[in-house]
Design a protein around this ligand. Structure first.
Ligand code: PEP
Length: 249
């Protein structure tokens, strides 16, 4: 069975609640499609108005992060139950910006992935290499390690429903998009790694996105690759271009 594409926007730390609703109203008619899942991952404070503003549309709301505990003395954190109660379906986990600025590690990523599944949230699990790692020729080894740790104790049934976002760090927010060959090579390696950890059926089911300066111009070729099932889009998800990316065909 063909995998359904999934195209998610990552708003990062942009848009006040008022601005969020205005942006959704602008993008709503542009992102209509029957061919892909469309997700807006928004800042925590925008979640409730965004869920409200997208009712009755094909847009699902995702969070950009969550904590791996149920509740308690974790000032400033958001729990998985808070997300599901608010109507969130997806959660980005382990974005490279969170790894770089907020000390996220492969181990915390794994804890969050397990917790997300426990609550019926679909994790969008980010992985990616730095420019130095690419130049050293260790990209695939590095990504395999990230994937293996992220999926520790995750069942095959859960893994089949996960989304992985391959995001080379050097391509995020830089305007420097990976070549289709580079993106496809790593996404294929990720799928092979999932097959090794689980089995071919799980590898065939899991959806793998490419992320890193995706634009309306680069999306069609990237998303046509055998192992690329859509994109995680930062900058362009805040603009009308996101409509063209979603309707890339
Ligand atoms: C991202 O935030 O995950 C991302 C890929 O950003 P950009 O598209 O702006 O590079």
């Amino acid at each position: 069975m063909a995998r359904r594409k999934i195209i998610a926007g990552n708003w990062k730390m942009n848009m006040t609640p008022t601005q969020a609703v205005a942006l959704i109203e602008k993008l709503k008619p542009l992102v209509v499609t029957e061919d892909a899942d469309v997700v807006f991952c928004v800042p925590a404070i925008d979640i409730i108005p965004a869920v409200e503003a997208t009712k009755g549309t094909n847009i699902e709301i995702g969070a950009e992060n969550m904590y791996f505990e149920e509740s308690g003395a974790y000032t400033g954190e958001i729990s998985p139950a808070m997300l599901t109660d608010a109507g969130v379906k997806y959660v980005i986990i382990g974005h490279s910006e969170r790894r770089e600025y907020f000390a996220e590690t492969d181990e915390t990523v794994n804890k969050k992935v397990l917790k997300a599944f426990e609550h019926g949230l679909t994790p969008i699990i980010c992985c990616g290499e730095s420019l130095t790692q690419r130049e050293q020729g260790i990209t695939i080894d590095w990504i395999r390690q990230q994937i293996k740790i992220a999926f520790l104790n995750v069942t095959a049934e859960q893994a089949a429903k996960a989304v992985i976002a391959y995001e080379p760090i050097w391509a995020i927010g830089t305007g420097k998009v990976a070549t289709t060959e580079q993106a496809q090579e790593v996404c294929a390696a990720i799928r092979a790694c999932i097959a090794e950890i689980y089995d071919d059926a799980t590898a065939a089911a899991i959806r793998i996105q490419y992320g890193g300066s995706v634009s309306a111009a680069s999306a069609p070729e990237l998303f046509a690759q055998a192992d690329i099932d859509g994109g995680l889009v930062g900058g362009a998800s805040l603009k009308e271009d996101f409509g063209a990316i979603v309707n890339y065909k």
